[in-house]
Design a protein around this ligand. Structure first.
Ligand code: NAD
Length: 456
């Protein structure tokens, strides 16, 4: 069996390598020539656990190959998977420029029956657009070649992408063609996913399932962040609250970690796109809008706590541990650290940052103003007036806290991911401020004042 993948990014490359690992002959195509050249040399453009080994193994044994030729990729296989980016436009809508380029190429180069499988996250109705653009291109050539379109949204989590592809919770196949559904089902069976739930739907339903899934997960995060903010004022520990409610099977335990807000390449853009698509269809997503508003406020929460502790930040040495939007990735898209660092730069702080893998990527997102990147986490914290933890990397959980305390000018630790125990940190001599945990009366009064000033 042969598969083509157009768009060799986080999704395309990982799926390509996983399919190739099952013995399927995979051709990955990208317009980024440097990326393809590097991949041919064994240089992987992203950090994803296990991916480098898998790509190398499958490239070396010949099941995975790379090209920059759209024609070659489209003519290589019957199933052509598109996994190009759908970045957000300033108004929140989804930018379909890359998708349209692929569709035009597909229509231009199709030479026998093929299935265009859309793995990118696209607004409802894009399936119709796909059919229209492909058809127009075929007609331009004076040809009449049969094709089908499938919406097959991807649900992998960066940092766990290989596992998620190998052991998905479910597979959604949205299509109006039985032939196309059967072929894609055969592919997934080859992947060894005999027992996985495959849900067959129409194209529009499949497109909505993807947005609804991400909006639901973002809702859980914003919900627990609101409960965390309430705990800080009323008392209680949000971690125990999350556990207490998560034990209810109807609610579930996951996505109930309070923090500094969600980020990444998917939730912010998909929430914004859903709100935008809703408006286009005359619908106001009130809950989803509130989720987005809560998340924006949450991104400010740690810095407000910092200012309350040390006042003006001008020339203060602020250490940051964690830049990536979550652990086990170097993806910086919409990472909460970006907002925090920008605000620190505006306030004139001297920033000293450390991330186990995302520093290089971060540098292309962050203005080089008052910021020093360190390759050692303790170096970043040396002589710091405060340390902010923004990503819950395991290496921070096992940090030598005694050493950290001795290195810092002031042992003030603001933990945006709740990775340490309050009492333990206090007994080590830290002023430890985290998310959604009980504070003393004085702190509660001060937090109330700040929240009123910021949020009204
Ligand atoms: P990405 O930016 O990492 O990769 C996209 C790739 O497409 C890039 O390498 C780019 O050069 C390439 N590209 C752009 N135009 C092209 C063209 N005309 N022909 C060939 N290649 C082209 O994006 P990603 O994170 O892999 O996401 C891809 C899609 O999958 C998006 O719609 C995203 O929302 C969705 N998705 C992403 C994730 C995730 O965790 N990253 C999870 C599920 C779904």
């Amino acid at each position: 069996m042969k598969i083509s993948i157009i768009g060799t990014g986080y999704v395309g490359l990982t799926i390509g390598a996983c399919l190739a690992d099952k013995g399927i002959s995979v051709l990955c195509m990208d317009i980024d020539e440097a990326k393809i050249e590097n991949l041919k040399k064994g240089i992987i453009p992203i950090y994803e656990p296990g991916l480098e080994t898998l790509v190398q193994k499958t490239y070396d044994n010949g099941t995975l190959s790379f090209t920059t030729s759209a024609k070659e990729a489209i003519q290589f296989a019957t199933i052509v998977i598109s996994a190009v980016g759908t970045p957000p436009k300033p108004d929140g809508s989804s930018d379909l420029t890359f998708i349209k380029e692929v569709l035009k190429a597909f229509g231009k180069h199709i030479n026998s029956y093929k299935i265009y499988v859309n793995k990118s996250t696209v607004p409802v109705g894009t399936g119709d657009l796909c059919k229209q653009i492909i058809k127009e291109e075929i007609v331009k050539r004076g040809e009449n070649i049969e094709f089908d379109v499938i919406s097959n949204p991807e649900f992998l989590r960066e940092g766990n992408a290989i596992y998620d592809i190998q052991f998905p919770d479910r597979i959604i196949i949205g299509s109006d063609s039985q032939k196309a559904k059967d072929l894609l089902t055969t592919l997934y069976k080859k992947l060894g996913e005999e027992d996985v739930d495959i849900l067959y739907t129409d194209i529009k339903t499949a497109e909505i399932i993807k947005y609804a899934s991400n909006a639901m997960l973002a809702t859980k995060i914003s919900f627990i962040n609101e409960i965390a903010n309430f705990c800080e004022l009323a008392g209680g520990d949000v971690r125990a609250v999350a556990k207490g409610i998560g034990l209810d099977k109807r609610i579930g335990k996951s996505f109930l970690n309070a923090g500094v807000g969600y980020g990444g390449s998917c939730f912010p853009k998909d929430v914004a796109a859903l709100i935008h698509t809703g408006k286009e269809h005359g619908y106001d997503f009130e809950i989803i809008q509130a989720v987005q508003n809560t998340n924006e406020k949450q991104k400010l929460s740690l810095l407000n706590k910092l200012k309350k502790q040390i006042g003006p930040l001008q020339n203060k040495h602020i250490a940051i541990w964690g830049l990536a939007f979550k652990p086990e990735t170097d993806d910086m898209r919409e990472a909460p650290s970006l907002k925090t660092i920008k605000d620190l730069q505006v306030e004139g702080a001297q920033i000293h940052a450390f991330d186990p893998v995302a520093t290089k990527t971060a540098q292309s997102y962050i203005e080089p103003l008052n910021i020093t990147y360190h390759t050692d986490m303790y170096e970043a914290a040396k002589d710091a007036d405060a340390l902010l933890i923004l990503t819950e990397w395991n290496t921070f959980r096992t940090a030598d806290l005694q050493k950290l305390k001795e290195l810092m000018k002031t042992p003030l630790l603001l933990d945006g991911r709740n990775i340490y125990e309050h009492e333990a940190m206090q007994s080590l001599g830290f002023t430890y401020i985290c998310v959604g945990q009980k504070h003393d009366e004085k702190t509660i009064r001060q937090l109330k004042t700040i929240k009123n000033a910021v949020f009204g």
